[in-house]
Design a protein around this ligand. Structure first.
Ligand code: PHE
Length: 490
């Protein structure tokens, strides 16, 4: 072990002059030795002094000349005593040997380079460059004089390699073996009584602690909390949304959605197998809903089809939180009228193909205001108030269609980042065909709007694939790291 080797060596010797040499002597990687030195130095078992080591080493080009000879010698040997044409000579040697060899051989006055003919100026030459390189390679730099070193360096045949090592001596806490210090006082120490002789590790008050492992709120929950606060500040009450299973009656029929509407198909809605139907519905109200679908009333012509109770009884996973709104408005109609502001934020389910922006379950935010004589102007005003609290103050509305609202409006907001209008929700005034059978007074109007919770959350957290936000592919560490939600109101 590196630690034993160092401490053991220092027990018998004054000093380790160079940790680099020491490492190669005992056959341990120098990096490993350096780590041990740092630890020993930290506990002051050794004193360490930096030393910078430098060594001349051959470059790849330099190495190649130790085998093939320098280019100038290679070129000289390619010129026969009687001379040779430039053209011939060029064919005999490598292009790089020709190029470098020519300039060096001329400089050394070895060759006469005529216009066409090349001839020797000396009988023979010595490959001094090769000899110098070999000497350096063998670590005999001291036998090479500075002028030659400079010349070889200039020709990029050698380079200076530097690295750091240490010289080591015993430190004030030196011991041939590091004493194990205790980090904990245990029951056993107390029972055996050896705690008296224990040496304890000192507290390190600047050590970083373990990151706290507590629960972390999901981004959707954080944004939901903020939205709840906004609704509460605006004087809205939260509706009870704790039933994912709903009957078709409250999800569709009560909302004047005809029974053959495509959204009521099993391709769009998850129907329950067990229990497949609901047991209890308010019978007199069911009768009024049946009549308004079949033949209208309250100034409406209705849809003119045979309304089936079996269809209304079918259980499903609610497709929107408007199912909860319909229950709440019905309850409201059973008492002397009082205006109300309601909201809900909870999960809904749709039998949809899953892609980067759609999931089969998501969350809806819904708000409604119920009072006498409300108008579309009130709806637009409330929407401006609500969305500006989310940091969206530029709104536009587009006429839309919902079976249960008239008029209906899609809500668009100008997205400063995307530089375009994006759809953010849907809204409208509930139809008299929905409100009057419930028993609400005739002059009561209900304005309402809905949007998904996922959309604003993805925008706030910069997530562009819904599967990174919700479901089994979510990266838990992202949930731990993400910031507390603050809606962008400036
Ligand atoms: N329920 C509608 C949806 O699922 C949203 C909405 C709510 C529209 C209230 C109008 C009024 O998209």
């Amino acid at each position: 072990m590196a630690e034993d080797a160092i401490l053991g060596f220092l027990e018998k010797n004054e000093k380790i002059a160079d940790s680099g040499k020491f490492a190669s002597n005992i056959g341990i990687d120098h990096n490993e030795i350096v780590n041990v030195i740092k630890s020993l130095h930290g506990f002051r078992l050794v004193d360490a002094e930096d030393i910078k080591r430098e060594k001349w080493v051959l470059t790849d080009e330099g190495k190649s000349y130790t085998v093939a000879g320098s280019p100038e010698v290679q070129l000289f040997l390619a010129v026969p005593p009687e001379g040779i044409s430039r053209e011939e000579l060029q064919k005999k040697v490598d292009p790089s040997v020709y190029k470098i060899g020519c300039s060096q051989a001329i400089k050394n006055k070895w060759l006469e380079m005529g216009k066409a003919q090349v001839s020797r100026k000396v009988q023979q030459v010595e490959d001094q460059v090769k000899d110098l390189l070999l000497r350096i390679q063998d670590g005999e730099v001291h036998a090479v004089d500075q002028g030659d070193i400079d010349a070889l360096k200039k020709r990029k045949l050698i380079a200076l390699q530097t690295w750091k090592s240490y010289s080591l001596t015993k430190g004030p806490n030196y011991a041939p073996k590091r004493k194990k210090v205790a980090t904990d006082l245990t029951r056993e120490h107390l029972q055996r009584g050896d705690w008296k002789d224990l040496e304890f590790k000192e507290y390190n008050f600047s050590a970083k602690g373990q990151p706290a492992e507590g629960g972390h709120l999901h981004p959707l929950l954080k944004v939901r909390k903020q939205l709840q606060m906004i609704f509460l500040q605006m004087g809205f009450e939260e509706m009870p949304t704790n039933n994912f299973v709903e009957s078709s009656f409250w999800n569709f029929d009560a909302l004047f959605q005809p029974q053959q509407h495509p959204a009521r198909d099993s391709h769009d809605t998850f129907f329950l197998q067990v229990p497949s139907t609901t047991k209890k519905l308010p019978e007199d109200y069911v009768e009024r809903v049946k009549r308004v679908h079949e033949s209208g009333g309250y100034g409406s012509r209705g849809y003119g089809y045979d309304w089936k109770r079996e269809e209304a009884n079918k259980n499903l996973l609610r497709t929107h939180t408007t199912a909860v709104s319909s229950r709440m408005l019905y309850l409201l109609a059973q008492k002397p009228f009082a205006p109300k502001k309601y909201f809900s934020i909870d999960r809904v389910f749709r039998n949809e193909a899953v892609d980067r922006t759609h999931l089969a379950e998501f969350h809806q935010i819904e708000g409604l205001v119920c009072d006498r004589g409300l108008t579309l102007g009130d709806l637009i005003g409330v929407l401006h108030d609500f969305f500006s609290r989310l940091g969206m103050s530029k709104l536009r509305f587009k006429p839309a269609y919902n079976p249960y609202t008239e008029p209906s409006m899609e809500i668009f907001s100008y997205h400063e980042g995307f530089k375009k209008w994006v759809e953010i929700g849907n809204s409208g005034m509930f139809r008299p065909e929905m409100l009057l059978p419930m028993g609400l007074p005739e002059d009561v109007r209900v304005i309402a709007w809905g949007l998904s919770l996922e959309r604003p959350t993805m925008i706030l957290y910069g997530i562009d694939n819904i599967r990174d936000l919700f479901g089994h592919k979510v990266d838990l560490s992202l949930i731990k790291r993400n910031p507390i939600c603050r809606l962008g109101v400036d």
